[in-house]
Design a protein around this ligand. Structure first.
Ligand SMILES: Cc1cc2nc3c(=O)[nH]c(=O)nc-3n(C[C@H](O)[C@H](O)[C@H](O)COP(=O)(O)OP(=O)(O)OC[C@H]3O[C@@H](n4cnc5c(N)ncnc54)[C@H](O)[C@@H]3O)c2cc1C
Length: 304
């Protein structure tokens, strides 16, 4: 479970006290604000705050005085134009602040995205909870033989059960030791180790939490990389949850992103030439394409 009843009550109280504002609000985002979306076994994503909506992107692009919106269709057309031509700064006018609870090994991949503002839960100041990511059976897979960075067939039977036992036992044992090291005992004169040191033995499947604030342009960049099938499952599920949130927040911008970035492909100069040769009836193979084997494989996976 990601939230305690007290945390649920705090969120309900925030959602139960709406305030009037002159600022632009997105109805889709208002419906999601503060609520937790569960991810993995103990993780969550929730929006703490946001600025802007689809019309804010158009307003910035037109540098208007008022709301600057035209019809919904005109705005959507402008947003598609901006996305198509990589005009990124109007998208930077929208911002969002997430609260994310995630395993440390996922956080380590996530933190590579340098264009966000981050504040993480301090394990020097506070004691970490006994919460570890234990994969579902369907996610326990063998090393892929084709992809050095990927997974292959799902583990089965006794092997899967043994892996789960090891993960659970290691997590519990290391947490017991963590607690033991932390805890003072007056009778025996045990002082208890500082929190900043005691955490050293904890495995990377323990959960951490952070606030992560980013603008829409850089969020789209993050989502393109991490909602992609090449991203590790454990970060991808967070990115997919965030995609759902962003779709509700800025529907026109998300639709353009989905079309041009998630659904689109970039063509190299060589690829354009090959497609032209193919359309002219020529049979192009890897050998006469000028592409390396790897590049050709990727080209064929899109174009057949
Ligand atoms: C599937 C996958 C596998 C990966 N495998 C590995 C791996 O094996 N090893 C590894 O170390 N990493 C790996 N990464 C991480 C990857 O190399 C990037 O570090 C990460 O995705 C962040 O990308 P970014 O720098 O574009 O994003 P951000 O840090 O969000 O930056 C966004 C953009 O801002 C610009 N920018 C930001 N900071 C700077 C800067 N200091 N100087 C210049 N331009 C800047 C760049 O244009 C950048 O694209 C992997 C990522 C993915 C998605």
């Amino acid at each position: 479970m990601a939230l305690t009843p007290e945390q649920e009550a705090e969120i309900a109280a925030q959602r139960g006290a709406p305030q009037q504002t002159l600022r632009a609000v997105s109805p889709g985002m208002e419906a999601r604000l503060y609520s937790a979306h569960n991810v993995l076994d103990h993780g969550l994503v929730r929006v703490i705050d946001y600025m802007g909506d689809d019309s804010a992107i158009c307003q910035a692009a037109r540098v208007s005085y008022g709301r600057g919106t035209k019809t919904v269709n005109t705005d959507a057309g402008l947003i598609r134009y901006l996305m198509r031509h990589w005009h990124s700064t109007p998208f930077e006018m929208c911002e969002v602040k997430f609260h994310v609870k995630l395993p440390v090994f996922v956080a380590r991949q996530w933190i590579r995205h340098r264009t966000a503002n981050v504040n993480e839960y301090s394990a020097r100041y506070s004691i970490l909870d006994r919460e570890f990511y234990i994969p579902e059976a369907g996610q326990l897979a063998a090393q892929s033989s084709q992809n050095h960075q990927g997974r292959g067939a799902v583990l089965e039977g006794a092997e899967a059960a043994r892996v789960l036992d090891i993960l659970r036992e290691d997590a519990m044992r290391s947490y017991d030791h963590y607690e033991d090291m932390l805890t003072p005992d007056e009778e025996s004169g045990k002082q208890g180790l500082a929190r900043e040191l005691a955490r050293m033995n904890l495995p990377t499947n323990i959960y951490t939490q952070w606030y992560w604030k980013v603008d829409l342009h850089n969020l789209f960049h993050f989502l393109r990389l991490r909602a992609d099938s090449h991203a590790q499952y454990e970060i991808r599920v967070y990115a997919e949850t965030m995609c759902d949130i962003v779709r509700d927040w800025v529907p026109a911008a998300y639709s353009a992103f989905e079309d041009y970035r998630l659904g689109g492909v970039n063509l190299s100069g060589k690829a354009v030439e090959i497609l032209k040769r193919r359309l002219a009836g020529e049979e192009v193979t890897q050998e006469n394409s000028g592409m390396s084997k790897g590049e050709w494989r990727e080209f064929e996976s899109v174009w057949g």
